[in-house]
Design a protein around this ligand. Structure first.
Ligand code: FE2
Ligand code: FE2
Length: 190
């Protein structure tokens, strides 16, 4: 089942890559309020996903995998660019005439970013990091998800928890980052 305690961080991240691809397709096929809701879901999911990677996964990869410095720098640049584009899209709004074209560019960049991680970063982590440590690192993803639920919800917009995190991407990313840092501190002190 999704989110099982036994999943390690790479399994969780791969599952989220699939969810990201699905949500992107949903934004592209929806209209009106539904499109806005799916776009906000995507902002939350990317906040959870990229923040857990930036705080926990990339720093480990930088230290441990072959050519880690170069691989991680490229991934961080891609993530930073995607964040800027998300903020721009949010400000435009889903109803703006330029939204679909700009969103298509973001979708393409995010898909390439995910496949770079899958080919250049995750295999190295699997080789270099113990199964137990990879399972521990999954805690970062769960801490982030606790702040910003990313599972598809049946009646979008009706959950108070979900609504709390509907807002500008910069604010959503900041909230999730705080949660992952809290997790990281409590993990190290225990
Ligand atoms: Fe990423
Ligand atoms: Fe990723």
């Amino acid at each position: 089942m999704a989110g099982s305690k036994d999943q390690d961080v790479i399994e969780l991240l791969l599952e989220q890559h699939e969810q990201i691809r699905t949500l992107i397709a949903q934004v592209q096929s929806a209209t009106g309020d539904r499109k806005r809701e799916r776009f906000e879901d995507l902002v939350r999911l990317l906040a959870v996903h990229e923040t857990a990677e930036e705080e926990i996964v990339h720093p480990t990869a930088r230290r441990e995998i072959p050519d880690g410095e170069r691989v991680v720098e490229s991934r961080l640049n891609e993530e930073s660019q995607a964040k800027d584009e998300l903020a721009e899209l949010y400000d435009l709004g889903v109803g703006h005439p330029d939204f679909d074209t700009k969103f298509a560019a973001l979708a393409d960049a995010v898909a390439k970013h995910a496949s770079h991680e899958e080919s250049e970063e995750f295999p190295g982590l699997r080789r270099e990091i113990s199964a137990e440590d990879l399972r521990k690192m999954a805690g970062a993803v769960r801490a982030a998800e606790a702040t910003a639920p990313t599972r598809p919800h049946p009646s979008a917009g009706e959950s108070a928890v979900v609504n709390l995190l509907a807002g500008p991407p910069v604010a959503v990313f900041d909230r999730v980052r705080d949660a992952v840092r809290d997790w990281s501190r409590s993990d190290k002190s225990s």
